[in-house]
Ligand binder design. Sequence first.
Ligand SMILES: Nc1nc(=O)c2c([nH]1)NC[C@@H]1CN(c3ccc(C(=O)N[C@@H](CCC(=O)O)C(=O)O)cc3)C=[N+]21
Length: 293
Amino acid sequence: MDGKSFSAVLRGRVSAAVGRLVAERGVAPGLAVVLVGEDPASQVYVRNKGIQTRDAGMNSWEHRLPAETPQQDLLALIGRLNADPAVHGILVQLPLPGHMDAGAVIDAIDPAKDVDGFHVLNVGRLGTGQKAMVPCTPLGCLLLLKEQLGDLSGLDAVVVGRSNIVGKPMAQLLLAENCTVTVAHSRTRDLAEHCRRADILVAAVGRAGMIRGDWIKPGATVIDVGINRIEEEGRARLVGDVDFEGAVQVAGAITPVPGGVGPMTIACLLANTLTACCRAQGWPEPDFAKTGG
Ligand SMILES: Nc1nc(=O)c2c([nH]1)NC[C@@H]1CN(c3ccc(C(=O)N[C@@H](CCC(=O)O)C(=O)O)cc3)C=[N+]21
């Protein structure tokens, strides 16, 4: 499954919708990204996000704070971004430095501007089938699945991993699509047996190559959310949570790493920013990133 080209299609739709908003309403959606500290991987994502946000015709602001920034300074910045009408989406790059309480920081973001969908209000709305800001990575995975399989009703879905940013919202989205959902994790017994039942297998465990080829039901659709940087023959490489070479022999379809879920994450961030802008202005929302909920 080619996340790179599908994300380009989604970004194209977002850019066209942004162009109409600017032409007809004189408003460009705005995304503010806050990066605390100098984590190199985060620098890459923040730079990529900025480039793609501007390419889509949106306004993009980056706020870089030193790692030792006191939490109340970050909260004060978030307060200013909440109050800024030109800012429709706010993303505070995770992980935050150890001295900060990530939950408190995320919950300080105006839920209407929470384009990550991590705020408890959006988590609660998603969990109760209400309209919510949906986390970008699970949303990207769902759009890939619907593009590949169409109607997901009745399919057995296994989500391996239960993080707040991927596994749990992914399970909610699959449930909303009427899948029969299993959430497996590090304490699951006979993990391979659960995986072998899955028509849809979502790997979001953060361990390179953990999901073996012989854990996959022949013909299953595999979504690899992993972004593991490994050293191989002295070269740094990005690999997923699935043993791709083994899985590709068995799976009906599989997302590669890189080039699968990652680009979809950024495209869905842009879609969420556009949605947040339309909702804030009371305008009709784009439906190309619609989910069942
Ligand atoms: N508040 C917050 N929201 C996030 O959404 C968030 C975050 N913090 N912290 C870090 C993770 C990670 N993340 C990625 C986004 C794009 C790629 C991506 O585009 N990856 C490319 C490869 C890029 C490369 O070469 O490194 C791919 O998989 O094809 C990867 C990872 C968003 N994150």
